[in-house]
Design a binder for this molecule. Structure first.
Ligand SMILES: Cc1cc2nc3c(=O)[nH]c(=O)nc-3n(C[C@H](O)[C@H](O)[C@H](O)COP(=O)(O)OP(=O)(O)OC[C@H]3O[C@@H](n4cnc5c(N)ncnc54)[C@H](O)[C@@H]3O)c2cc1C
Length: 181
């Protein structure tokens, strides 16, 4: 499939906070804008790595959660209806004879643009796959969260058992940490 028929004024590679604000600014200047993001959602590191973290160093916000900042950036950028392409990783940038650019993505799509702004941050993010045979059958089943919860639950029950055993032998409960091994 090719999405390259329309020629955009500006194509932004990377839909993190910098890409989103770039889209807002270009939209305000009446450019037609496309954002290409390798992840299934916008927001970059804020949405992917620390959505619940409070951020204290954004001008005008004494404190704001990362996911709320992403929501605000999207709202600001979307006022000018940029085209958003998700799940597409730009791999190649080819200058054309007419001085426009052709962007080729990993999935084989092509995008045409007069200018390119690369706001790729630390690089394209990809989901980290579990290195287990047939792991793909668990795709979309949130197995990591379940495993984490199970290990946390096992740890908590071991800790409570240990605390109760200590109490039985000494008559006191010591709320200290269970040794990690
Ligand atoms: C744990 C943690 C806490 C932080 N806390 C703070 C804080 O409190 N205050 C602060 O100011 N900063 C903080 N930072 C730093 C901040 O997150 C980054 O400075 C910011 O995300 C950079 O934004 P960006 O848009 O340049 O890049 P990114 O957020 O990295 O976004 C780049 C986007 O481009 C996409 N992309 C890359 N390559 C391609 C490609 N080839 N094709 C398509 N898409 C592509 C990526 O998937 C990504 O979504 C923190 C960082 C971390 C890890």
């Amino acid at each position: 499939m090719s999405e390259g028929s329309e020629l955009y004024d500006i194509t932004i590679i990377g839909g993190g906070p910098v890409g989103l604000f770039t889209a807002f600014y270009a939209g305000m200047r009446q450019m037609n804008v496309k954002i290409i993001e390798s992840l299934p959602q916008l927001g970059g590191q804020l949405g992917t790595l620390y959505p619940e973290k409070d951020i204290f160093d954004v001008a005008g916000f004494p404190k704001i959660k990362a996911k709320d900042l992403v929501a605000n950036l999207k709202k600001q950028a979307f006022q000018f209806n940029p085209t958003v392409v998700l799940d597409e990783r730009v791999q190649e940038l080819v200058r054309q004879d007419d001085q426009t650019f052709l962007l080729k993505t990993l999935s084989g799509n092509e995008h045409r643009t007069k200018t390119v702004v690369i706001t790729a941050g630390v690089g394209a993010f990809e989901p980290r796959r579990i290195n287990v045979e047939n792991a793909e059958i668990y795709d979309g089943k949130k197995i990591c969260i379940i495993m984490w919860m199970m290990s946390a639950a096992l740890r908590i029950s071991a800790w409570l058992f240990w605390a109760a055993a200590t109490r039985r032998s000494t008559g006191q409960t010591h709320w200290s940490r269970l040794p990690s091994k």
